[in-house]
Design a protein around this ligand. Structure first.
Ligand SMILES: Nc1nc2c(c(=O)[nH]1)N[C@H]1C(S)=C(S)[C@@H](COP(=O)(O)OP(=O)(O)OC[C@H]3O[C@@H](n4cnc5c(=O)[nH]c(N)nc54)[C@H](O)[C@@H]3O)O[C@H]1N2
Ligand SMILES: Nc1nc2c(c(=O)[nH]1)N[C@H]1C(S)=C(S)[C@@H](COP(=O)(O)OP(=O)(O)OC[C@H]3O[C@@H](n4cnc5c(=O)[nH]c(N)nc54)[C@H](O)[C@@H]3O)O[C@H]1N2
Ligand code: SF4
Ligand SMILES: [Mo]
Length: 765
């Protein structure tokens, strides 16, 4: 490693790792930079782009992480979050030992005693078995997110026999785009959006705020496309970072994108601008679509979207002029207004009319790398949580097992995490009495927090497996502190991509304190639950090695290379050479009309429903990302907080003036149900429409033990007491909440610098 490079970075991270402040004076040993530096291949856990990284370690400290050149997710670079993430491991506030809630105290009081792992796991297992005895295995729900969720939401519930396993990254994120993609193309979009940025000449972003949404290589690709001269159009009620780079910004009225997309379909078809050969060869249902959009003229769309008809027409013509190298990438967070599957269908149809799916400059065809599971006896249930599949027929329901508690509420097979809260309260359709929460932020990720709190209060068992004393964690009966990403192995990560690949997480050092990796916790729990047949491996290295042997590989070799890239088949051409098409739909083609939706009582073609208007004096609450934070998981990381210490509420300058507010003032946000959040700083700007306000998600922590995060900014989640269920995908539309602004005092908070300097004391609880 280059010493200069190392020092450059360590100037940032050595400070971050609180080297100087580690307690009372100690005799000076060998300086860290004179010791042996080890380097291991790791995977960043800063977000779910999951960049391959190299961690440089001295003793029990990672001093530097860098992007791994050979890894397709990072290509040698990291986003700022990835650079700052190691601080999580050395956060003085992190969870350090298993904790059991003090007997006689209520959930939410936050009174705990330290326990051994033995005692904590025995306690959890005993309670789980009692619940199963009384109500059946389905009465325990498993919620989780993160690289380790494979153990807790995929494997353990399937072995245990509960179909109630769910991730917020589905029903509160990707469900509409995945379900629509399954029905239109018979393929998923998947974790890595298969957009061929490299060859794209005309890019239309709907919402999708790349630049604030900083998925590493996606942002790199977007920047390179701009550099190559691709034209960019951004449709957003807010002048986002991407809009600032675009050739055209369309400040659409929130919630009316489907009208815009239908009008684009209209222009492409009725002005004969679409790719006729492509449509003829690869699609079914074109005539139905054509008839459907007959009246959806740009003039019709103008009334709803407030975008001039001429502009709508002009963009459609420009897209067509660049086809097939014109693309409308799907955004990721697609749960907006409750009719989101239709919006995503319409978005895919525009792409198809441009002839870009499976063609350079459009979408490539992503494939998963090949790898076998570790051999175990057949699991009683199929893992349910990742369920993003569209076709809803044939749910796998083996005899003796109940269907998921949200079944029948919507059309697709997707698990709707927010719909599993209700049975915890009402006992309907059957009781859910226990919850295992792994790496999910119950109060920041699931809408209607009061309801979630009510549900937690009534449970017989609530276990949190986490790394931080987040508010919801301090409600649990038993808190199991996981080792952080840098300290553990996880299962192999298999990424569907243009070049499918596998990546490995190797521990950089031993877990600090009395923390344990997720695989160990899951296995120890499994053994106590009588599930030993499903955990036949003795440790994780044996498990990983056996899986790798299924592709003629082994763990030692992968440890030395981190990422294993396979060959893909990205273009339609590649498939046609083999005499087949990649579409997994019933017809084997791209479907522009969905018979199955019709049979189920939905519309077979995308329809537009105008959104509800804000009540008098209220604004629609929009939300998004900060480039240096991830959800509500990074606000206790002072390295990142130094760059962005609080969120702001964006409001149009004229609206602010009307309310007597100026830049830098503080307000409370009060939602339609009277819930108050804040105080939060005002950003009066021309960069947003007058009918909405905007905040970054993830702030407004109410967890006193998270000393850096506590009390800074406002939470969008607490203001989302309402959501609108997408009846097809089960997605929870969150943009149906309204707020007004009330003047408030600037909060008095300790300076961040004073918090950053706290010692990292290994003895603290
Ligand atoms: N730095 C960072 N990056 C992240 C994440 C993170 O936490 N931090 N999270 C990652 C994850 S999991 C996800 S899902 C993605 C989310 O990021 P995206 O998928 O890009 O999210 P969107 O919801 O499409 O984008 C939010 C934008 O939508 C705009 N918007 C609001 N309402 C409307 C509307 O009605 N119409 C239109 N056209 N636009 C509207 C908002 O003003 C905002 O600019 O980000 C990913 N990247
Ligand atoms: N209001 C609102 N809700 C949203 C969104 C929004 O924008 N606004 N976004 C939605 C989207 S797109 C998504 S993908 C989801 C994300 O949903 P989550 O993944 O639930 O979001 P986070 O806030 O990152 O919460 C992660 C939790 O895992 C813990 N954690 C971090 N690292 C580890 C680890 O290594 N091990 C363990 N065991 N725990 C760990 C954190 O302390 C935290 O408690 O949220 C969705 N919900
Ligand atoms: S995009 Fe950033 S935070 Fe996400 S995995 Fe990559 S480096 Fe980490
Ligand atoms: Mo997401």
């Amino acid at each position: 490693m280059q010493r200069r490079e190392f020092l450059k970075l360590s100037a940032l991270s050595a400070g971050a790792l609180a080297l100087k402040g580690s307690g009372p004076a100690k005799a000076l040993g060998t300086p860290w930079h004179a010791k042996e530096v080890r380097s291991v291949y790791q995977i960043c856990e800063g977000c779910f782009w999951r960049c391959g990284i190299v961690a440089h370690v001295v003793g029990n400290r990672v001093y530097k992480v860098e992007g791994y050149e050979a890894n397709p997710k990072s290509r040698g670079r990291l986003c700022p979050r990835g650079q700052g993430m190691p601080q999580t491991t050395y956060d003085p506030d992190r969870l350090k030992r298993p904790l059991i809630r003090v007997e006689g105290t209520e959930r939410g009081e936050g009174k705990y005693r330290v326990a051994t792992w033995e005692e904590a796991l025995d306690h959890v297992a005993k309670k789980m078995l009692e619940i199963r005895e009384k109500y059946g295995p389905e009465a325990i729900a498993f919620f989780g997110h993160g690289t380790g969720d494979t153990w807790f939401v995929d494997f353990l519930p399937a072995a245990w026999g509960s179909p109630n396993a769910a991730k917020p990254s589905v029903a509160i994120c990707t469900a509409p785009r995945e379900v629509a993609s399954q029905w239109v193309f018979g393929r998923p979009i998947g974790g890595h959006e298969p957009v061929d940025w490299e060859n794209s000449r005309y890019i239309v972003l709907i919402g999708h705020h790349i630049g604030e949404d900083t998925h590493n290589t996606q942002l790199q690709d977007f920047a390179l496309a701009l550099k190559r001269g691709a034209k960019v159009v951004v449709v957003d009620p807010r002048f986002s970072t991407a809009a600032a780079k675009a050739h055209l910004w369309l400040p659409i009225k929130p919630g009316t994108d489907t009208a815009l997309l239908l009008a684009w379909i209209h222009v492409l078809i009725y002005e004969n601008l679409y790719d006729k050969d492509y449509v003829g060869k690869y699609t079914t249902g074109f005539e139905e679509l054509k008839a459907h959009v007959k009246d959806f003229t740009p003039e019709w769309a103008e009334k709803h979207t407030e975008i001039p008809a001429e502009t709508i027409r002009q963009v459609a013509r420009e897209m067509a002029a660049h086809k097939p190298q014109a693309v409308l990438p799907p955004s990721r967070h697609t749960v907006w207004y409750g009719d989101d599957t239709y919006r995503m269908m319409a978005l895919y149809y525009v792409n198809v009319l441009l002839g870009n799916y499976g063609r350079p400059g459009g979408f490539y065809i992503a494939q998963s790398p090949y790898l076998e599971k570790y051999p175990t006896p057949p699991l009683p249930l199929e893992p349910a949580a990742g369920g993003c599949s569209g076709p809803s027929g044939g749910d796998h329901e083996p005899e003796g097992y109940k269907p998921r508690a949200d079944k029948g509420k919507f059309f697709a097979k997707t698990t709707a995490i927010q719909e599993l809260i209700e049975p915890m309260i009402t006992g309907k359709p059957y009781p859910i009495r226990g919850l295992i929460a792994y790496g999910i932020n119950l109060f920041h990720s699931i809408p209607n927090v009061p309801r979630t709190k009510e549900a937690l209060k009534g449970l017989d068992l609530y276990v949190a497996i986490d790394v931080l004393p987040q508010e919801h964690v301090m409600w649990a009966d038993v808190i199991l502190p996981e080792a952080t990403y840098l300290e553990r192995y996880d299962d192999l990560v298999a990424v569907a991509h243009k070049t499918p690949f596998l990546e490995l997480r190797t521990p950089a050092h031993e877990p600090l304190f009395d923390t344990k990796p997720g695989w160990w916790i899951a296995r120890e729990l499994g053994l106590r639950l009588g599930l030993e047949a499903f955990f036949p491996w003795k440790d994780i290295e044996e498990y990983l090695n056996t899986r790798l042997q299924s592709i003629g590989f082994d763990l030692e070799t992968l440890k030395g290379m981190g990422t294993l890239v396979q060959k893909g088949k990205p273009w339609l051409e590649d498939w046609e050479k083999e005499g087949r098409l990649p579409f997994g739909t019933a017809s084997g083609k791209i479907e522009l009309y969905c018979e199955k939706f019709k049979e189920a009582g939905h519309q077979p073609l995308p329809v537009f429903t105008p959104p509800e208007e804000p009540p008098e004096g209220h604004y629609r609450l929009l939300y998004g990302r900060s480039p240096v934070h991830t959800f509500a998981r990074t606000q206790n990381n002072w390295v990142l907080m130094e760059m962005d210490p609080e969120n702001e509420v964006w409001i149009h300058r004229e609206e602010a003036k009307k309310l007597g507010l100026k830049n830098g003032d503080y307000v409370m946000l009060v939602n339609q149900d009277g819930v108050k959040e804040g105080p939060v700083r005002v950003k009066a700007t021309e960069r947003i429409r007058k009918d909405c306000v905007y905040i970054v998600h993830g702030f407004g922590h109410k967890a006193p033990l998270m000393k850096v995060a506590h009390g800074r900014g406002a939470s969008d989640s607490y203001l989302q007491t309402r959501y609108k269920l997408d009846p097809i995908s089960g997605g929870a539309g969150l943009r149906v909440n309204f707020v007004k602004l009330e003047k408030a005092e600037k909060p008095k908070l300790p300076a961040l610098t004073s918090l950053a300097k706290r010692p990292f004391d290994e003895r603290r609880m």
